[in-house]
Design a protein around this ligand. Structure first.
Ligand code: ATP
Ligand code: MG
Length: 769
């Protein structure tokens, strides 16, 4: 890419160009998916630096995920033919973290403060509940209460309990939680931002310093900012700051986590001279995909209202696949991907998008079985594995021995004979004295106030941490990590295979050492260990597949925001899953689910598959499922039903006329028996007992094959439609259809010489040809 920036800007459409070069103080770009909002934002940064001669240090760009931040940095680098130093591009969390590291003293934190991720947070809350003798309150509920309060900018002391006992209780827990974090020098995700906002409020001199520095603030995905993030931005933006925000109200998908789409309207109100720019041309998707998305989102009432068009041509129809169950769905998807890759297309241009993380497993199994490389974003992260958490806890204690969460985790891991009673003594003393567990431990050891066995076990632990700290001093990060993994006894412990997965766990520990050796500390002011630990807590740390390798991409719809792929599989599009069960009764939540569907559809550039399963095993239970209302909201003319390999796709409109419902369920019509008329409940009732056999009344039409493809294929000993087979009497032929189930499965074969025959599968004696 050696085009000059001017040329690049000329290639934008007029409103895009206007946004990139907007001279005023504040601008808001409101535009639909794929209209070039992010592109405008990166071009504007390049334009500010190269044409307006802004120093990179004067620019702050905020986006939603680490992946988006990395891409943004890369784009800017390409536009300028160099990566500008001093430019701040990051997530709200990442930027707040950086500020707190630089100003820990002003923020009232220890220099080595550690980040508490959501798992640590829940453990800490569990401990607090235990202290209170409360075994009924769910730690997760407390965590979400605290996080929601923080997102609103509230500390425990701000909570108005209005005399309600349960609120009183939660506020009390929040108070204790705050105290525990304070004692241990621990900061959770919400706290990063809350504290850095308090910096602005409580340290005006510091705030003014940053106001002078960041003359340009640019925000992507503005529709998903929460109250605290917006306050943070408002505080940082002074009268001289130019604030540039881009967003799409139709893609607001974090309302459940406190995002306020109203911030877009607020923005217009609070900055009266704001220039509002609308972009209407979509450059990402085919006309078909775009029409489907537009039609779907038109069902929402709460909208600013936008138009999107494309001149890309209509492209292929959207393919709809009705799977028998989640395994069949996964198999179908992976077969499609195999064909895609076999045709020479990059796997990295394929995304499988699902509503919840638990859905990835079926796809992972199929991908693994077929040796297709893939990468899961935001599933179980590498840094979340038990053995890795153990090792990190040792390192955290090296960095900051007052970190009680880390202390609790490894004081007896690997087991060194420290009993519960001893630990209770430590906890009691810590509580009474307002001290960290480590402080109590050293005091007790010095004062000799412990019985012999406890003293020697705890003494061993204290000595170990002391040695690790001494060994780490000034050593390269990789050596520090090696020592923590080995001297702690963790590696030997896991190698002994305590849970039958020893080998893998030891490999993971080695991988941690490896990660440390490759770690680049971008913040020179931070010591490498602290930087590495923060990285482990903050980065999405995606486990499988190396970055940059040609892997199929698996992620939730939420994490797909802002991304694009040539081929997208939107899977599990079923009532009760997507939209989620909880959202079905609540109009506001349902609209948010629909926006999520809109986000999903608009990720696709060329080809989109939508699939659902007729039965799904979820949380260990098999349940009947049915196509989501979102599928119905896509106009039928854009959809084509996919049948098993080797058969002809048929348009959905034909299907509906011919009775989709009849094929699948044996009665009624697809549309007619849906949720609209209360049929949903009825149907689940009538299909209870996990009995998926087609009702006896089902006419044995041959179209029925596609309704239960997996079953048939499974019962067919690996035979599939389209496959060439040999028959003892009729010779060679091709399977064209199946019907029925289990021992009554019939197969239709078109023989080269004998014509088409229906045979009982069990007795036909077919062999692959
Ligand atoms: P989303 O709402 O999903 O975040 P967006 O509005 O940020 O989408 P971009 O990701 O910036 O959209 O752009 C979508 C695609 O269209 C990208 O591949 C981008 O490079 C391309 N694109 C945008 N504007 C133009 C243009 N003027 N000419 C050619 N391609 C463009
Ligand atoms: Mg974008």
């Amino acid at each position: 890419m050696s085009m000059t920036l001017e040329r690049q800007i000329e290639r934008l459409n007029p409103p895009q160009r206007e946004a990139v070069t907007a001279p005023g103080q504040t601008a808001l770009v409101v535009a639909g998916a794929g209209s070039g909002k992010t592109r405008v934002l990166t071009h504007r940064i390049a334009w500010l630096i190269e044409i307006e001669r802004a120093a990179p240090q004067e620019i702050l760009a905020v986006t939603f995920t680490n992946k988006a931040a990395a891409e943004m940095r890369e784009r800017i680098g390409e536009l300028l033919h160099m990566s500008p130093r001093g430019l701040w591009v990051g997530t709200f969390h990442g930027i707040a973290h950086r500020l707190l590291r630089a100003h820990w003293r002003e923020a009232g934190l220890p220099e080595t403060f550690q980040i508490l991720d959501s798992d640590d947070q829940q453990r800490l809350i569990k401990r607090l509940l235990r202290e209170l003798g409360d075994d009924t309150t769910k730690p997760a509920a407390v965590a979400s209460f605290i996080n929601a309060r923080k997102d609103e900018g509230q500390r425990a002391r701000h909570i108005d309990t209005q005399g309600f006992a349960d609120r009183e209780r939660l506020a009390e827990l929040y108070r204790r939680y705050e105290a525990a974090c304070e004692r241990g020098g621990m900061v959770d995700f919400g706290e990063l931002l809350l504290r850095s906002n308090e910096l602005w409020v409580q340290q005006p001199a510091l705030r003014d310093h940053y106001r002078r520095r960041f003359r340009h603030i640019l925000v992507d995905e503005f529709q998903d900012t929460n109250t605290l993030q917006y306050a943070w931005l408002r505080n940082l933006a002074g009268s001289e700051t130019s604030l540039f925000a881009v967003g799409d109200d139709d893609q607001s998908i974090y309302g459940w986590r406190g995002a306020k789409v109203e911030n877009m309207r607020e923005f217009e109100r609070q900055f009266p001279d704001v220039k509002v720019i609308r972009l209407e041309q979509n450059y990402r998707s085919t006309g078909t995909i775009l029409s489907a998305a537009n039609a779907l989102i038109a069902n929402n009432r709460e909208r600013l209202g936008k138009n999107l068009w494309s001149d890309a041509g209509s492209g292929e129809p959207i393919r709809l696949y009705a799977a028998y169950n989640e395994q069949d769905e996964a198999r179908f998807v992976v077969e499609q991907i195999e064909a895609w890759a076999a045709a020479g297309n990059p796997r990295a241009e394929v995304a499988i998008l699902y509503r919840s993380n638990a859905q990835s497993r079926a796809f992972e199994e199929q991908l693994m079985a077929r040796r297709i490389r893939y990468r899961v974003y935001g599933g179980q992260r590498f840094f979340d594995r038990a053995e890795i958490r153990d090792a990190l806890a040792y390192l955290r204690l090296v960095a900051n021995p007052n970190d009680d969460t880390a202390f609790e985790r490894v004081v007896n891991q690997p087991p060194r004979g420290i009993g519960d009673k001893t630990l209770e003594t430590l906890r009691d003393e810590a509580r009474a004295g307002g001290l960290s567990l480590w402080a109590v431990l050293t005091r007790l050891l010095e004062g000799g106030g412990l019985p012999g066995r406890a003293a020697s076990a705890l003494g061993g632990f204290a000595k170990l941490i002391g040695e690790l700290r001494a060994a780490g001093n000034g050593q390269p990060l990789m050596d520090q990590v090696t020592v923590a993994v080995e001297a702690s006894g963790l590696k030997t412990h896991y190698a002994k295979d305590p849970d039958g997965r020893g080998e893998g766990r030891v490999e993971n520990l080695d991988e941690l050492v490896n990660a440390a050796s490759l770690f680049v500390n971008e913040d020179e002011e931070l010591d490498p260990l602290t930087a590495f630990l923060s990285h482990a807590a903050l980065e999405a740390g995606d486990a499988q597949g190396e970055a940059g390798a040609d892997c199929v991409q698996l992620m939730t719809l939420h994490s797909a925001k802002g991304l694009e792929f040539r081929q997208v599989f939107l899977v599990g599009v079923e009532e009760g899953l997507f939209p989620s069960q909880r959202s079905i009764e609540e109009p506001a939540r349902l609209e948010e689910e629909r926006r999520l569907a809109y986000v999903g559809i608009t990720r696709a550039r060329e080809r989109l598959f939508v699939s659902y399963a007729e039965s799904r095993r979820i949380h260990g239970e098999t349940r009947p499922a049915m196509a989501s209302r979102f599928i119905e909201e896509i106009p039928a003319e854009h959809l084509t039903e996919v049948r098993l390999r080797g058969t002809v796709d048929r348009p959905v409109s034909a299907r509906q006329a011919g009775g989709f419902g009849r094929d699948a369920y044996g009665d009624g019509g697809f549309g007619g028996r849906g949720y609209g008329n209360g049929g949903y409940g009825n149907r689940s009732a009538s299909r209870g007992n996990n009995d998926f056999a087609r009702p006896a009344a089902a006419p044995p039409k041959r179209e029925s094959a596609w309704a239960t493809p997996a079953k048939v294929a499974e019962g067919a000993g690996g035979l599939e439609v389209g496959q060439r087979v040999r028959h003892g009497k009729f010779g060679e032929g091709v399977i064209v259809d199946f019907e029925g189930q289990g021992p009554r499965t019939r197969v239709q074969v078109k023989f080269a010489s004998a014509g088409s025959k229906w045979l009982m599968l069990d007795m036909a004696g077919l062999t692959p040809a």
